[in-house]
Design a protein around this ligand. Sequence first.
Ligand code: MG
Length: 424
Amino acid sequence: MKQAFLLAAGLGTRLRPLTDHMSKVMVPISADGMPLLEHLIRQLKDQGVRRFVVNLHYKGEQIMAHFGDGARLGVEIHYSDESAGLLDTAGALRHAAHLLDEEFLLVYGDQLHNYDFSALLRRHHETGALATVTLKRSDLPANGDLAEIEPGSGGHIRRWFGRPHGITEFSENLYLNTGLDVLSRRILDEIPEGRPVSLDREVLPRLVAEGAPIVGLPGELEILDIGTPEKYEFAKQWYTRWQDARPRVNKALLLDRDGTLIRALPRGEYLTKASQMELLPGVEELLARAQDLGYRLLVVTNQPQVARGLLTQAELDALHDDLARRLGRRIDVFYACPHVDANGCGCRKPADGMLRQAAREFALDPARCWMVGDSFRDVQAAQAFGCRSAFLRNEFNAEEESRVQPTVTLERLTELLPHLDTAV
Ligand SMILES: [Mg+2]
């Protein structure tokens, strides 16, 4: 599975006033301010999804401005424009047919979960279904559409009960549809074009009635809707608890940008144009090898030019999009501190705020991480965070080196390769 369709067009009416100025999928879900849709993209990327299609209607320009083409998150994002009118779930898929693969996941952009799609995909491949839908019982039957499975059939759905169905109790083989699906492209032929069409209320019920291969996979899964202010508050708390409770086992290369990934400019010159970025020798080899070994690749950069008014956040994002593409979309995330020392923030290196944020977001074990940089600030940030540090020498930084004691000192980035941990 390489592709997911993310439903992001909704108006978010019940979440007003929060959604007066913001798409529902862009509401912050983490304490660090990460939008819900970004969580979903990162979580799906962790499961091997690299291409996304996002449909846009309400405040779509915000979504595009935040994610761009996905390069900064190491993925590819395409957009399907529904500004002319909302098309509902299936209508949205039909409209985006030219962007969709032979199979793809369907995920609501306004639902929070950490669902592992591997069993659903396995079931889909085993059965050759048009659609394989996740089913659960952890909610009241009246709250959704119900699917009845044919016993001993590998999950074939024989009856579908759309709301309102009047059913108040689950019986054997009867489950609630969750809306998380894997779909085969062939199902697009079953969707009428040019009008709003619901997958759950029109297409699936008809296909089930016709005996088409529509399959369900019952399971325990928690899916949180953020549709109302109360549900949104609960979802944020749930997210923080989940983040805090996760075992911190992952490893990462935390990479400074200027003087580490790209050539440092002489003192007094500021990088404002993509044409000024020159990759340093060995960058691509180091990143490729480290990624193969299971390292997350995270850029952690001080960008005081933003606070000084020399660069806007949007211009900085555009530079990072360009750099991400040149690095083969291997970077998982760019963290950039926009402040100057005088702001007293916790993120500007040598403070370790960005590293701690990375640890929360990627479940990092500091002991398994390396911070790579060319400044005393990078080494001190690593020491504050509790990870190892690699100091990259260049013609400017002998004085910086004399101020700190890094774990290793490098003449070239590839000298870090023998120090990398081969255990996953
Ligand atoms: Mg640097």
